[in-house]
Design a protein around this ligand. Structure first.
Ligand SMILES: Cc1cc2nc3c(=O)[nH]c(=O)nc-3n(C[C@H](O)[C@H](O)[C@H](O)COP(=O)(O)OP(=O)(O)OC[C@H]3O[C@@H](n4cnc5c(N)ncnc54)[C@H](O)[C@@H]3O)c2cc1C
Length: 405
């Protein structure tokens, strides 16, 4: 890794006050959850987002109970009940026969075990619920068309410079700007993310285009040799979301996500059972996108002086445990709790990073090994003794609301 520019310092005795100016870069799920958690703790926050309009990709998200603890605590449990699905079961299935290899009880079982449900939601619906909640607390909080280009630290404050020519001063800067974080590069030097060797097609199929029997069990993953397909319903059951993952020599496309031909994914999964293929074939032409899957190695430290990182900016993980957004939510709540509990700004940021670094690193590394496990396994002999997920790894046991920090 290139050594980054050392930016600024933070006096040990600078106190945290309710009017400490907190600047968040990025209005993704991490940045918005952080804004909401800090607002609810009584702090003043401003969010700066590069996009001209707020929104999210047309894709699904699984929110395991460890993420739902955060959303429930922030008052979004009710919204989730109307926008999200709670599958009764998850299944790992054989790609050719559809035979259930592993049955995962979800639904009430998860609530009994963890005190919160396991949910599946359209990213855009969750994003909109977060935007509404943040804006209800402070209509001026979110600024769009603000692309951070650089920041500097005078020793007393941070000045952030944006592409639109505006500079903004704050006491603290939280980089929630995703896997290609400018804040992270400014702190630690520019470094390309690591291509996992896999790409994902993500599609949304209106349920009206599919026979109902295609969605039993509620949530499923078909395991095939070197490639796999997961599907679940979102938007109150109106849409079926899928993620189809396969090996690829490299990612030559411009950007992380590009529109894809439905025929490509159909061809790649031609060896899958008819029920799986029927879902892919039913994708409307403009509803399939392709993503290169990247991650980064864990960072030994997340911040410097008045600046820290959160979510994918801090610990960009591949999606093979479905925990990236959930980790960003946990970070957000722990950061807000740290602001509430600490006297000085230096202690706040240190307490937050100390509480979260190891877990962020664990998810990156475990997600990588899960990809290896599921792409190298033999579907004929796969079973619950081999299967790993957020439950078997103990990730679902964590509650960011109550964990000691
Ligand atoms: C195929 C796939 C499936 C996934 N499935 C799941 C799942 O089921 N469950 C789960 O928990 N996670 C999942 N993830 C991971 C999840 O999507 C990410 O971990 C999560 O979106 C990270 O949120 P974030 O807010 O940290 O970053 P992002 O969502 O990347 O948000 C960053 C925000 O910062 C803005 N930004 C970037 N640069 C700048 C700048 N210079 N100035 C201002 N703004 C800027 C961006 O526009 C964006 O709005 C999946 C990921 C992939 C690729």
């Amino acid at each position: 890794m290139t050594t980054g520019i050392s930016k600024g310092w933070l006096p040990d005795n600078e106190r945290v006050k309710k009017n400490t100016a907190i600047m968040i870069i990025g209005a993704g799920i991490g940045g918005l959850t952080a804004a909401l958690a800090l607002q609810r703790a009584g702090f003043k926050v401003s969010v700066y987002e590069q996009a001209a309009e707020l929104g999210e990709a047309g894709a699904g998200l699984t929110i395991a109970p460890n993420g739902m603890h955060v959303l429930n605590h922030l008052g979004l449990g009710k919204a989730m009940k109307t926008i999200a699905m709670t599958p009764r079961h998850g299944a790992v299935m054989h790609y050719k026969t559809g035979r259930v290899l592993v049955d995962i009880p979800r639904g009430d079982t998860q609530v009994e075990k963890y005190g919160a449900p396991y949910c599946q939601v359209h990213r855009a619906d969750l994003h909109a619920a977060l935007v509404d909640a943040v804006a209800a607390n402070d209509p001026q909080c979110i600024h769009t068309a603000y692309t951070l280009t650089d920041f500097s630290d005078s020793g007393e404050a941070i000045t952030a410079d944006f592409e639109n020519g505006v500079s903004v001063i704050a006491d603290v800067l939280i980089g929630c700007d995703g896997i290609r974080s400018v804040v992270r590069s400014e702190l630690f030097g520019k470094e390309e993310p690591r291509f996992t060797g896999y790409i994902a097609w993500r599609g949304m199929v209106p349920m009206a285009n599919l026979p109902q029997e295609l969605t039993g069990p509620d949530s499923a993953i078909w395991l095939g040799p070197g490639h796999f397909l997961t599907r679940y319903r979102v938007r109150n059951g109106a849409l079926l979301n899928y993620v189809a993952v396969a090996a690829c020599d490299g990612w030559q496309e411009e950007g992380w996500s590009v529109a894809a031909e439905v025929s490509e994914v159909v061809e790649t999964f031609r060896d899958f059972e008819p029920n799986a293929r029927r879902i892919l074939e039913a994708t409307p032409p403009d509803h399939c996108h392709k993503w290169g899957i990247f991650d980064r190695d864990p960072l030994p430290v997340w911040g410097h002086g008045r600046v820290t990182l959160l979510g994918d900016a801090a610990h960009p993980t591949s999606p093979f445990l479905g925990q990236g957004a959930v980790m960003a939510m946990e970070d957000a709540l722990v950061l807000a709790r740290s602001f509430e509990l600490s006297e000085s700004l230096a202690t706040t940021l240190q307490r937050y990073e100390d509480a979260r670094r190891e877990r962020g690193a664990f998810v990156i590394l475990e997600s990588r090994s899960n990809l290896k496990l599921i792409t190298e396994c033999n579907p004929d002999t796969f079973g619950s003794d081999i299967h790993r997920n957020e439950e078997s790894l103990g990730l679902a046991d964590y509650d960011a609301v109550t964990v000691a920090i």
